[in-house]
Write a protein that binds this ligand. Structure first.
Ligand code: T4K
Length: 397
């Protein structure tokens, strides 16, 4: 008989490098007594990232939210920005902090990224930019969005918080659009405890972002703009450097986990996964979203979410509710019905995925989901052989 997991299985766990390696790095920090403010480890980390991303146009921050806020300010974005309601709330907060009006449009149903047709329909004379999200690391419709941005003279900004390590046609995803923001939060596949990065096309933005994240200081006696404090410190950079060494292995492990979920869950009625991505995309397996069809599965997404907790499995409803349904954004008018985003937000569940999750545990999670579905099939009106209902219920309890 299946038993609940002894320890909680969370939606994610941060990757941690071998402790001895990290301690060696700490010794270097102790030696130098340089803790923050453009230290030597931050410079090394930046250099490594520039190599991987094949660009010098990067800037590191203490988190992704401040990075995005600073990006919008540095690029002078104002008026209206067309964006998605299906994301983490920080995407919209970054607009709000810059006094920009978000215009929410619907998403496409396969990969949950912003629907380019809806974007084009929402453009007004006040629109200055598109803020799209590579949600779960799924690339947006890159070419179509670029074409719309070019034709309407709009800036194209990507919240790529989930997309570190993703490549499209062999190119890092950071190469698309005018600017991309990556989050290095501990819950991300690649992290620096907390952290964020901007990657941008215009080389001139680098100096601006450096000022904005360091109080606007040009030198000891000159402040050239009202900046804030959004610097990455040496401990963060050290963690980032060490986690980076293991990134490929981490992605491979997640790919294996995803393969097990995919092969097992495709047999479960009412559980739907995004279709496989196009072969020219190198995915990072950042999240494992499933959609729960209440009719077919016999149980709502919320009931499944609660039932899984009884088995010590803590899935998450990323991203529910939609941003436009949060109290602080309810007064903002939305463009169109958002029918796809609403349906997905009501059905989505992100399942546990992280490098140390055993494949046998993934199998067990799938067994639990299947058994919950089978149990629901035993509705009073279902035809079952004598005694079968009792047997299946006993297995499922
Ligand atoms: N744009 C998008 C699209 C984003 O998704 C995010 C962040 C941002 C922008 C902003 O980037 P940052 O400013 O954060 O760099 C988490 C993260 O805090 C957030 O970074 C992330 N998106 C969002 C999707 O998820 P929570 O509140 O759901 O995380 P929390 O603390 O509940 O953690 C989830 C699970 O992870 C826990 O149940 C256990 C595990 N965990 C977590 C932490 C922090 C650990 O095992 N160890 C840990 O240290 O927001």
């Amino acid at each position: 008989m299946m038993k609940p997991f002894e320890k909680p299985i969370y939606v994610t766990r941060p990757f941690l490098p071998p402790l001895e390696e990290f301690c060696k790095g700490l010794e270097e920090i102790w030696e130098s007594r340089w803790l923050t403010n453009d230290g030597p480890i931050l410079r090394r980390f930046t250099h490594e990232l520039c190599n991987i991303l094949e660009t010098e146009n990067t800037c590191l921050f203490n988190n992704g939210t401040l990075a995005l806020q600073i990006a919008l300010q540095g690029m002078g974005i104002s008026g209206e920005v067309i964006t998605t309601p299906y994301t983490f709330v920080a995407t919209t907060h970054s607009l709000f902090w810059n006094k920009i009006r978000p215009v929410f449009v619907d998403i496409e149903p396969e990969y949950y990224t912003i629907d380019p047709e809806k974007v084009e329909a929402a453009i007004t004379p006040w629109t200055t930019a598109i803020l799209a999200v590579h949600v779960y690391g799924h690339p947006c419709k890159l070419n179509t969005l670029a074409d719309i941005a070019r034709r309407h003279n709009l800036r194209l900004i990507y919240d790529a918080a989930h997309a570190f390590g993703v490549k499209v046609g062999g190119r890092p995803i950071a190469h698309f659009g005018d600017l991309s923001m990556f989050s290095f939060h501990s819950t991300k596949l690649f992290h620096s405890i907390e952290g964020g990065m901007l990657v941008f096309r215009e080389t001139g933005l680098k100096g601006l972002f450096d000022y904005l994240k360091n109080f606007g200081f040009k030198n000891e006696v000159e402040v050239v703009m009202p900046g804030t404090n959004a610097k990455m410190n040496e401990m963060q950079a050290l963690m980032g450097l060490h986690v980076l060494k293991y990134l490929d292995g981490t992605i491979q492990k997640r790919a294996k986990i995803t393969a097990v979920y995919r092969s097992r869950l495709k047999e479960v009625p009412g559980i739907h996964l995004a279709p496989p991505l196009s072969p020219d995309i190198r995915y990072n397996y950042a999240y494992l979203p499933i959609e729960v069809d209440e009719q077919e599965f016999g149980m709502s997404r919320d009931t499944l979410y609660e039932k899984l907790k009884e088995w010590n499995v803590y899935a998450r409803r990323y991203f529910y509710p939609l941003i436009c349904d949060f109290a602080c954004y309810r007064s903002i008018s939305v463009n169109g019905s958002l029918s796809v985003a609403r349906r997905v937000a009501d059905r989505i569940l992100t399942l546990p995925i992280y490098d140390t999750l055993e494949l046998s545990d993934v199998e067990t999670i799938c067994d639990i989901i299947s058994s919950l579905q089978e149990r629901r099939e035993l509705r009073p009106d279902a035809t079952v052989r004598a005694g079968e209902r009792e047997i299946i219920q006993a297995i499922a309890v």
